[in-house]
Design a protein around this ligand. Sequence first.
Ligand code: C5P
Length: 230
Amino acid sequence: EPVVAVVVAAGSGVRLGAGAPKALREIGGRALVAHAVNALAAGGVTRVVVVSRLELADDFDRALADATIPWTLVGGGAERQDSVANGLAEVARVEPGARHVLVHDAARPFVPATVVAAVVDALRAGAPAVIPVTPVVDTIRALSGGPGASAVVDRSVLRAVQTPQGFDLATLVRAHQHVRSEGLAVTDDAMACEAIGAAVTLVEGSRDALKVTDPFDLEIAEAVWQRRRH
Ligand code: C5P
């Protein structure tokens, strides 16, 4: 059975600072988006839809020249969920029989194959929505109860959410339509699915799947890449 992934790479990347668009920034001579596509392929993904700015098409052609699975590029939208929706429309076109879809951030180049495979396995076992999560390492405080007031939150019940997130394709398409028509604010696709009553299954994520947001994250990601080379 084919496994398609939408890789969103249409963010502005302003927090990373000057330079190439984030997905095209390189570690070890390879663009973040290419690392991400390879990581998905290693975990069983058979085809990728990359979502970014179409004027960067030539740059993506170069960056993904040695990709081991087929990929296509579609244009992004103003918000992440708009970019995902554009990707889902392309999935229906390039893989009409697809039952499942993964949604992954290009900014998470080093997600381990085991995490990708765990998401795919849970989908095949019938879960409508699957997300990789990690424990929260810091003590967390919530700002509450007036100016300057805060309270510690029990971190043992908190999890940080990563990608790739996996979905029953029809459920995710319906969830996006619902969120759009109701004007709901959601920060990820699992949250959109929950808004239409779909259960979200958690699988174990990995700190290697960190999201590269600022220059410090790029340093960490470089260290992960160095470790993987040996
Ligand atoms: O901004 P944030 O870090 O949440 O972005 C997560 C991912 O979503 C990134 O890979 C980014 O390129 C993508 N994104 C997108 N379209 C947007 C905003 C973000 O594809 N409009």
